[in-house]
Design a protein around this ligand. Structure first.
Ligand code: SAH
Ligand code: SF4
Length: 365
């Protein structure tokens, strides 16, 4: 009988416990193995010294620990580091580490490509290839920890995780939630819910599911102050318009670990950046406790958009601030390695799959 080899990175605590129990093992084995895999970055079962020898031998034939394979590792002059990960079939995704004075943020991808086709996004322009597995998602954190020299003694460089890489996390709901659970698990990465942020373009039913399954900090990509404009910039708005999105944000806050939603807003010259847009936003978000993060547009070839000039962004921010909304403007990091928001596109993508991608249903929708 052929024994199926499972990748242990695919399992969160509950799934690993079930798997051990199915094999006739004690449930606490899951906790032990989880610690070895995620806290200590083990890849070899022989390292797992508190696991019985017989079980180690059995695991060696039934399981593996297989993180994604980095095919490129680039470091920007500002310290931002980017890994290009091979996910098979000529697809690649990117993971970006952004060091700051008192924190280190890892930006993780959830899909190879994205089906949602936002007008200003380079990932969207490449079309959808496939969902990443739970192992490929958590594997990015596993790998980055290892590459950044974490040694398992609790001294970790990554203090925050943002699901803001390639793809729409809530369109790959189950795998993303498994990975989130591991990020929060004390036997794995032990991050607090406030330090893990999911960014969504606004898939309303999946926002409700996330609130119930694993509420983390939530960022919502708003980018427009009215439906006509958002329909054009963020096409999922045609399905879940602003009124529904604002209501979903309010519902999310009932269980969210932070008492505000972060609205992301890309600043596109002459498109969504006027004083009138800012004032319209103030009234749109009236009933949603929120902060704004303005993102200067990061250009890519033939995008058809330009970045708003700095004084325009400043004035836009002032209008929000004057209305009592905490507003920050994102610093562009990692430009010289194309690691800035919206520039993540992989390098070996297969553009011919674009048409097929459009009809792939979105999980959770
Ligand atoms: N799919 C999710 C998360 C990934 S994108 C989402 O859309 O929220 C992370 C952020 O970068 C989003 O707010 C996205 O709209 C923004 N973004 C995309 N392309 C960009 C670009 N070219 N310049 C600046 N920000 C961009
Ligand atoms: Fe997808 Fe987000 Fe890019 Fe829109 S902005 S195409 S949802 S990755």
């Amino acid at each position: 009988m052929e024994v199926k080899v499972v990748n242990l990175l695919d399992f969160d605590a509950e799934a690993l416990t079930d798997w051990f129990v199915q094999q006739g093992e004690k449930p606490f084995r899951a906790k032990q193995v989880l610690r070895w895999v995620h806290r200590f970055g083990a890849t070899d079962f022989e390292e797992m010294t508190d696991v019985a020898k017989s079980l180690r031998a059995k695991l060696a034939t039934t399981a593996c620990i297989a993180p994604p394979v980095p095919v490129r590792d680039s470091v920007s002059s500002d310290g931002t580091r980017k890994w290009l990960l091979d996910v098979g079939n000529a697809n690649a995704v990117e993971t970006v580490f952004i060091p700051e004075t008192n924190r280190g943020t890892l930006c993780i991808s959830s899909q190879a490509g994205c089906a949602l086709d936002c007008a200003f996004c380079s990932t969207g322009k490449q079309g959808f290839n496939r969902n990443l597995s739970a192992a490929e998602i958590i594997g990015q954190l596993w790998l980055a920890n290892r590459m950044l020299g974490a040694n398992g003694d609790g001294e970790r460089v990554i203090s925050n995780v943002v699901m803001m890489g390639m793809g729409e996390p809530l369109a790959n709901f189950d795998n993303v939630v498994s990975a989130l659970k591991l990020m929060l698990d004390d036997n794995a990465y032990g991050l607090s819910r406030r330090r893990v942020t999911v960014s969504t373009s606004g898939i309303v039913p999946a926002m409700d599911r996330l609130r119930d399954a694993c509420p983390t900090a939530l960022a919502v990509s708003l980018h427009a102050s009215n439906d006509a404009l958002r329909d054009r910039l963020v096409p999922i708005n045609q399905k879940y318009p602003l009124r529904e999105l604002m209501a979903a944000c309010q519902r999310y806050l009932v269980k969210a670990p932070r008492d505000f939603i972060t609205f992301e807003y890309v600043m596109l010259d002459g498109v969504n950046d006027s004083d009138a847009h800012a004032r319209e936003l103030v009234s749109l978000v009236r009933d949603v406790p929120c902060k704004f993060n303005l993102i200067p547009f990061n250009p890519f070839p033939s995008s058809g958009f330009d970045r708003s000039p700095a004084p325009r962004i400043k004035r836009f921010a002032e209008i929000l601030i004057d209305a009592g909304i905490v507003t920050t403007t994102r610093k562009t990091r990692g430009d010289d390695v194309d690691a800035a928001c919206g520039q993540l596109a992989g390098q070996v993508q297969d553009k011919t799959r674009r048409t097929a991608a459009r009809i792939i249903p979105i999980q959770g929708a």
